[in-house]
Write a protein that binds this ligand. Structure first.
Ligand SMILES: [Zn+2]
Length: 338
């Protein structure tokens, strides 16, 4: 990252044409200052980044426009990764809770539809934890990521096979039984193209597995512009219907869908309690960290109880939302037509 007082010049571009259907007429949804670039660069930002969401009048897909230009996007990704995001997830020895998330959540869902493990390509593989867990369960798993830093960390910490590049850079002759895209599609500049490239690299009857933040979820609706899912690196904001239509237009039919929640209610509340104890006992924002922090003697029991109640309420709303397809995530498995 830069040192000194030089300003970080991030440039933006307008996306006039809907990347899904090509229409240009839109409705404004919301505008809000970006917290991610603010967190990374602080007052070194040349100009505040404003996230403006617009909805296509043709296919109803919500997109960010203007969005950061390609070189600015790459810069933010690089600085985001080097700020410790991937290092935290791919930390030495692995993160057991994250392992469990992928194992229980993603692989068990996939196993409901695909009975026998085969070849699997994980697009936007990030930390590489999923590849490692998938390989343990018998999948011949390969990762794909834009980021050289992420790929190297994944190889180093988890010993997994990760290629650097995009779907279109992979040879078309190579077809997979399953392609996964976890928390990926919302980041790409043209999700419709990615789905098309994925469909071309699936064998007939193969499955595409997707998890994306749910812009139609209850949290997103209640929080509005304060929803955590609105950041400058999320370029498309999916809802159940817009994702289904986009998949269908690329020859992919949804055969399984759920909320993307991976914890049972008791696990969820237990984890929240542990988080509150850590949070109350330390000053750091160490959500998801493995750091053991002894609760401070001065910590107030009432404060802990309040935090637990608030955090649990937040999660309970999301869990309940899952029963109606309104949780914070959409998880779908779509089948390529044979
Ligand atoms: Zn459209």
């Amino acid at each position: 990252m830069n040192s000194g007082r030089s300003r970080i010049p991030l440039s933006s571009i307008h996306i006039e044409r809907c990347p899904a259907c090509g229409q240009t007429t839109t409705d404004h949804v919301l505008s809000v200052a970006d917290t991610l670039t603010q967190d990374i660069y602080g007052d070194r930002l040349g100009e505040k980044v404003i996230n403006t969401l617009i909805r296509c009048r043709g296919c109803r897909l919500v997109r960010l426009s203007p969005r950061l230009a390609e070189d600015s996007l790459q810069r933010v990704y690089a600085d985001w990764y080097s700020s410790g995001y991937v290092g935290t997830q791919a930390g030495q020895g692995g993160d057991k809770s994250r392992d469990r998330e992928f194992e229980r959540g993603h692989l068990r869902r996939i196993a409901k539809v695909v009975r026998v493990p085969g070849s699997l390509l994980d697009v936007g593989t990030g930390s590489g934890v999923f590849l490692q867990v998938a390989a343990r369960h018998g999948w011949r798993a390969t990762g794909l990521d834009f980021s050289r830093e992420a790929a190297e960390l994944a190889r180093m910490h988890h010993g997994v096979d990760v290629r650097i590049g995009s779907l279109s850079s992979l040879p078309i002759e190579k077809c997979y039984d399953v392609i996964t895209m976890f928390d990926y599609l919302e980041h790409t500049t043209c999700p419709a193209d990615d789905l098309e490239e994925a469909a071309r690299r699936l064998r007939k009857g193969g499955h595409l597995v997707i998890r994306v933040p749910n812009f139609g979820g209850w949290q997103a609706r209640v929080m509005g512009s304060k929803w955590v899912g609105i950041i400058s690196l999320h370029l498309t904001y999916f809802e159940t219907n817009t994702l289904a239509e986009l998949l269908a237009s690329r020859g992919l039919a949804i055969v399984y869908s759920d909320s993307g929640n991976y914890q049972t209610l008791p696990e969820l509340l237990g984890n929240k309690l542990a988080w509150v104890c850590r949070k109350t006992g330390s000053r750091g924002h160490d959500v998801g960290s493995k750091r053991e922090v002894a609760p401070s003697q001065q910590s107030s029991t009432i404060l802990r109880a309040l935090r637990f109640a608030l955090a649990s309420f937040h999660e309970l709303v999301d869990h309940a939302g899952g029963w109606f397809g309104r949780s914070n995530y959409i998880f779908v498995i779509a089948r390529k037509r044979p």
